[in-house]
Design a protein around this ligand. Structure first.
Ligand code: HEC
Length: 161
């Protein structure tokens, strides 16, 4: 092998390694970004839900949830919706009492309003009232003992008949 071709081989090896490192760095950066805690502005944290839990607000929320959220978060909030598995990070398990014990209503409201990739933002799609209804429903998923969560709404098709 001539000195020239040896040099270009080395150069190619070097470029190859450099590209690999570059791709690895991007993937690592992306994964760290995705796992960042969800920072909610302070003014949202202390917001109080203007709505009280009642069967009618929860039923309204179940309708919206079925249309907008269940495909990712699953019918009962377990995070096991049919579309959920194809997302990174995975949709949050909204029945997780530990997770939900650490967030205020205002934070849930903010998360629903703003979204975070891959979860879409709902502040234009849903009214404030609808988002607060969803906060009540999300709360009910992790409060299995609370009477508001039972009985579950009948499936839509059955209700329409
Ligand atoms: C495209 C899939 C998708 C849809 C649709 C979706 N979500 Fe999410 N949701 C996610 C993902 C993924 C996360 C985790 C995001 C993260 O941690 O960065 C999440 C997180 C959340 C959280 C935060 C839980 C926590 O404390 O960390 C709440 C609350 C939530 N979603 C409620 C909803 C509601 C209510 C709807 C419907 C209005 C909805 N989501 C629609 C995918 C989705």
């Amino acid at each position: 092998m001539s000195a020239n071709s040896l040099r270009s081989l080395r150069l190619r090896k070097f470029l190859f390694a450099a590209i690999l490192i570059f791709i690895f760095a991007i993937v690592a950066y992306w994964m760290v970004q995705e796992n960042k805690p969800w920072i909610v502005p302070r003014e949202y944290k202390s917001l109080k839900n203007p709505l009280a839990p009642s069967e009618s607000t929860l039923n309204a929320a179940r309708q919206i949830y079925g249309d907008e959220c269940a495909q990712c978060h699953g019918n009962r909030g377990k995070g096991d919706g049919p579309e959920g598995r194809s997302h990174f990070p995975l949709p949050a398990d909204l029945t997780d009492t530990k997770l939900l014990a650490n967030v205020t209503d205002g934070e849930i409201f903010y998360q629903i309003s703003e979204g975070r990739r891959p979860m879409p933002s709902f502040k234009r799609r849903l009214t404030e009232d609808q988002r607060w209804q969803l906060v009540l429903l999300v709360r009910s998923f992790s409060q299995l003992a609370a009477p508001v969560n039972t009985p579950a709404a009948p499936p839509k098709s059955a209700a329409e008949k």
